[in-house]
Design a protein around this ligand. Structure first.
Ligand code: NDP
Ligand code: HSE
Length: 427
């Protein structure tokens, strides 16, 4: 008997799923013994759906109505957002249908509620496509690494931001110029806020860390800083003077009994493998206590790669693999979220200063007052924002002391602009 799926939302990802299921239906059946059949496709645009070869009787312009009226084994939610998408998922779960979604924004806000609803109704809620597009990183974390205590996750999990940073690094473009290229190529949305402010990556690291550390992590638990303040000069100095590349890195790790979850521009050693993840590609480096470091790399977005992940979830439930979340996640956890003030790392500080004797000494004195040890210091002989850039890297320091010191330094009359601060991750 065929396994019947209803598809709610037939945009970029949904149309890819319809196409994949149509083109590779036979291949999937040969491999799994299961025939996957589309029960309905719901979208606001009928012509778009029919142009994919979907029969008119399978089209619905109301996803909720389709879920209520059409018998199926699983519902695939690809509408996105936290409104109607949530209603569709809840309705499907209550009707004891498995649900597959790519909706990281919804999982990062309502994951606990939806997972519990799935469990209550004894069905599965799968979400492979919610992180890393086509990369099977969720399955790796949930199943492949199940025997490991996860120590840390490093992710380049926003393709748009990574594309912009790559353009800034390789072509010396400003943030605005690189964003324009990303928009022209169709990578960035007209409103790129979620991508460039780090919010999309925060949704994704929330999903990954809930799974890895058995504690619900919501978007608001993630410290987030976007990439807009970065200049090509910082990227050039980081590379040429210190041997770092700059990535929008999502990080989750347990430190001193607390969970640290953050997304921000990060300087990483050029020899680290994540440095070579460029353009729209994504990568996740996951370290387990027995396996050591593992790396997952591929296309993090787009119709076909994301459809590949969605279909892997469909096939999973069709063949009876309904395991979707570790049991401990449902039991609750005492693991607290670490306050950003406590984050400890080396820092890159770029001051915009008046070019005058004694400026370095003034800065160094304040850093010393907060017991921040300077590792390297240099002044670039270029005009910058009406002054000159003075750059320092520090030995490991707490973010709290860095913030206090920078606040005081920025009040000096020789400092012309707010100081740019970037964390360094040495791995
Ligand atoms: P799109 O906006 O391209 O597709 C959403 C579709 O849902 C649109 O066709 C929209 O119609 C339709 N829709 C809106 N409201 C309803 C409704 N009430 N009933 C039925 N259909 C409706 O989004 P994407 O395909 O890009 O994204 C879908 C999900 O996948 C999101 O959660 C996203 O975060 C996630 N995702 C996307 C990736 C990508 O590469 N695009 C990668 C990984 C995850 P209309 O256009 O007419 O409004
Ligand atoms: N907007 C995301 C990105 C793709 O640029 O990576 C969807 O997850």
């Amino acid at each position: 008997m065929a396994f019947k799926v209803g598809i709610a939302g037939c945009g970029t990802v949904g149309s890819g799923v319809v196409k994949l299921l149509t083109e590779n239906c036979k291949l999937i059946e040969e491999r799994t013994g299961k025939k996957i059949e589309i029960a309905f496709v719901a979208d606001l645009n009928k012509d778009k759906v029919l142009s994919l070869g979907v029969k008119p009787e399978k089209f619905f312009d109301d996803a909720l109505k389709a879920v209520k009226e059409v018998e199926c084994d699983a519902v695939v939610e690809l509408i996105g957002g936290t409104g109607i998408a949530k209603e569709v998922i809840k309705e499907a779960l209550k009707r004891k249908r498995h649900v597959i979604t790519a909706n990281k924004a919804l999982l990062a806000s309502s994951g606990q509620e939806l997972f519990n609803l799935a469990k209550e109704n004894k069905v599965s809620l799968k979400y492979e496509a919610s992180v890393g597009g086509g990369i099977p990183v969720i399955k790796a974390l949930r199943e492949g690494l199940i025997g490991n205590r996860i120590e840390r996750i490093y992710g380049i999990i926003n393709g748009t931001a990574n594309f912009i940073l790559t353009q800034m690094s390789q072509k010396g473009l400003s943030f605005d110029e690189a964003l324009k290229v990303a928009q022209e190529k169709g990578y960035a949305e007209a409103d790129p806020t979620l991508d460039v402010e780090g919010i999309d990556a925060a949704h994704k690291i929330a999903v990954l860390s809930s799974l890895a550390f058995c504690r619900w992590v919501k978007t608001e638990d993630v410290y987030v800083k976007g990439i807009k303040e970065l200049t090509p000069l910082d990227i050039e100095i980081a590379r040429e003077e210190f041997g770092y590349s700059v990535k929008l890195l999502a990080i989750a790790k347990e430190v001193e009994g607390a969970l640290e979850v953050r997304v921000h521009p990060t300087m990483i050693p050029e020899e680290n493998i994540l440095s070579s993840v460029n353009g729209v590609f994504n990568a996740c480096l996951i370290k387990g206590d027995f396996v050591g470091e593992t790396l997952y790399y591929g296309k993090g977005a787009g119709s076909e790669p994301t459809a590949s992940a969605v279909v892997s979830d469909i096939v999973d439930v069709a063949v009876g693999n309904t395991f979707f979340a570790p049991e401990c996640l449902f039991k609750g956890s005492n693991l607290r979220i670490r306050e950003p003030d406590q984050f400890t790392s080396s820092f890159y500080l770029r001051f915009t200063a008046v070019d005058r004797p004694g400026v370095l000494a003034k800065i160094a004195q304040i850093l010393g007052k907060y017991e921040i040890s300077i590792k390297m210091a240099l002044q670039k002989g270029v005009a910058f924002n009406g002054g000159v850039p003075v750059v320092m890297t520090t030995h490991p320091a707490r973010k709290r002391e860095i913030n206090l010191a920078v606040k005081e330094i920025d009040q000096l009359s020789v400092i012309l602009k707010p100081t740019f601060v970037c964390m360094i991750e040495e791995f």
